[in-house]
Design a protein around this ligand. Sequence first.
Ligand SMILES: Nc1ncnc2c1ncn2[C@@H]1O[C@H](COP(=O)(O)OP(=O)(O)O)[C@@H](O)[C@H]1O
Ligand SMILES: [Mg+2]
Length: 386
Amino acid sequence: MSSPLFEAAKKNANIAYKLDQSGQSHQSIRYYIAAAEQLHKLRDFTEDPNMKKLYYERAMSYIIRVKEIRGIIEPSEGKSKGKGTPSSSASSGPEDEITGAISDVIVREKPNVKWEDVAGMIEAKRALREAVILPMSRPDLFKGARKPWKGILLFGPPGCGKTYLCKAVASEVDSTFFSVSAANLISKWLGESEKLVEELYDRAEEEAPSIIFFDEIDALAGRRGGASEHDAMRRVKTQLLQAVEGFGTGDELVVTIGATNTPWDIDAAMRRRFERRVYIGLPNQSAREVMFKIHTRGVALDSNVDFGQLSDYTAGYTAADIALLCREALMHPIRELDADGALKDHSIQPRKPNIDDFTQSMVHIKPSVSPEELVEYEKWKEKFGG
Ligand SMILES: Nc1ncnc2c1ncn2[C@@H]1O[C@H](COP(=O)(O)OP(=O)(O)O)[C@@H](O)[C@H]1O
Ligand SMILES: [Mg+2]
């Protein structure tokens, strides 16, 4: 009964309750959500139907409170959503409630990656500009034969900027952005997840123009697990396929962007729904140069640091490798100060990071994607890219 998860849920709920009572309702939201998610997980771990019900009702009451705080619940909303207080939920299809509630609380995001902060990726940036950004800002031009793509798939090795680029797209356009980690969707909300997808598309249509971003979409597409898991996944997948194809057939502009490190795990039906497929590969020389600039911004460097030279040294590195390398190199002077016990002395400044800090870091931080792996992506791109 008092598992760590239960204790954590209790603690979060207590914090939420206190904040809420003391007039800090908005600060309480994340604690309510954390508690609700933990209870939801507990529900999966117990066989006892009474406990299941208890966890469920408790989680619901937190989520409903979050909706109230956010002003989402309106008494006359119609449909099956937003029926008000926990006590009235018995009569209103609790499963519907939780679906609506979950999509309200976990899916929205307004990221802060700027378009200019995306180094290189000229092709990919152009593709997304034409497929998403321009149609969103000039819908009048993208009609008839210029109708925008409904589904766009970003594929390529991990750490090359798929998620990052997508965030930049979202901050560039003035549209509603829904971000869903497919892995989370499956693991946390199994059972409810297909309803969540449906709800998501409903909401996206209402608030069009919208972008729905499914990260790690391979989690939804075709990997085989246990029997029941497989079944649940298949339902979600079917739902998702229908959603990608069927929705937005009206005038509403809803674009689905999927991202994956393992495009070969995506089955044919799903693949076809993503009509436009964009390869996000390793950064080239000039992109790497800009990445060094971006990832050392705000720190004064020794004059012997030459970004051009660094980018020559780092052929084969991914964007994430370069970000990591920069962090590591910038850490060296701090680490030295700390070793000298001088970090607490505010009058002492660390020395400027120099080229050696970078080259030394390269000894430990190597390219994370092998040439053999790259070949696999190239092959897939030849076959299905475009
Ligand atoms: N084009 C880019 N310019 C600058 N930094 C980048 C770029 N692409 C990726 N990065 C850096 O690499 C990190 C990993 O990228 P990410 O988008 O998470 O990779 P993926 O989703 O392809 O696995 C990002 O958090 C960012 O710091
Ligand atoms: Mg990613």
